[in-house]
Design a protein around this ligand. Structure first.
Ligand SMILES: [Zn+2]
Ligand SMILES: [Zn+2]
Length: 282
């Protein structure tokens, strides 16, 4: 395990060829897990964090990705939200599901969610930083679709699986040779699966329910040892399934559905108007 304590980013090895990077000085609840897979001939970075510091340079400085074309690297964003896509513009080869692509390509405020407050930074990422001017910039990116394979070299690959609900273009990546999954915000440990976020501006409760049901079926027929989520701790397949079943159960209750539906209606103007940047915080 390696640690760089003074850096904005903290990177540690979690498996033979998989690294986890986090932004330790940012609000834990929105702190994204950034995964780096060092494949046989190519490196793939899954999600990029906020983009307030340069993740590409961080990896290059530590020899984790190549500075030249001798060993290619690609970025895959599991979805368009700022905590996952904000740093993608620092990289050359960026991929995102086709339904989330327009929001990242144009740096749209609502699509990217852009939920950043000054109080969420325990330390300024650089001198003079202001959360008020934070934006996900327009980012050059290419589309992914369900069933695409990301080649890692020597017969290894990632399978792209589309599971909409959290956003329209949310994806899960399956790495069959390592028996692991990268789930983004589709499923992570919220304590109780009822807390999974289906009420954001571009969420769909109906799609999320369908995705949760079909993913639980998929899990029951595949050999998965580790689940690497978009936030929080690494999960087992059974814990992942439990969280999704809890989510589905919560939507069977009238209150659960009504609450999510109301929040969903209110969330679009909330994010469009930037209400989250209230005077107390910024
Ligand atoms: Zn998200
Ligand atoms: Zn997230």
């Amino acid at each position: 395990m390696s640690r760089q304590k003074q850096d904005w980013f903290l990177t540690r090895k979690v498996a033979d060829n998989i690294y986890l990077t986090t932004e330790e000085h940012f609000f834990e609840f929105n702190r994204c897990n950034i995964w780096l897979i060092k494949g046989p001939t190519k490196d793939v970075i899954i999600d990029t964090g906020l983009g307030v510091c340069n993740l590409k340079k961080h990896y290059e400085d530590r020899g984790l990705i190549s500075r030249d074309a001798s060993r290619p690297s690609e970025v895959i964003c599991t979805h368009v939200h700022f905590d996952h896509s904000g740093g993608a513009h620092h990289f050359d080869n960026v991929f995102i599901h086709e339904l989330d692509l327009p929001g990242l390509k144009c740096g749209q405020q609502v699509e990217t969610l852009n939920y950043v407050r000054q109080g969420h930074f325990h330390r300024d990422p650089y001198p003079g930083f202001s959360a008020c001017s934070y934006r996900v910039p327009s980012t050059d990116c290419q589309p992914l679709t369900n069933g695409d394979k990301i080649d890692l070299g020597d017969g290894q690959y990632l399978d792209v699986m589309h599971y909409p609900g959290h956003t329209k273009g949310s994806i899960v990546l399956f790495y069959p040779q390592a028996h692991c999954l990268f789930t983004g915000d589709f499923v992570y440990d919220t304590g109780d699966g009822a807390g999974l976020l289906d009420w954001l501006p571009n969420s769909s409760i109906r799609s999320y329910k369908q995705s949760a049901e079909s993913f639980c079926e998929w899990l029951s027929t595949h050999d998965v040892n580790k689940v690497y989520p978009g936030h929080g701790s690494i999960l087992t397949a059974s814990r992942t399934r439990q969280l999704l079943l809890q989510y589905l159960e919560s939507k069977d209750e009238f209150c659960g559905m009504a609450c999510a539906t109301c929040l969903r209606v209110l969330s679009t103007p909330y994010f469009r108007l930037g209400c989250f940047r209230c005077i107390l915080w910024c």
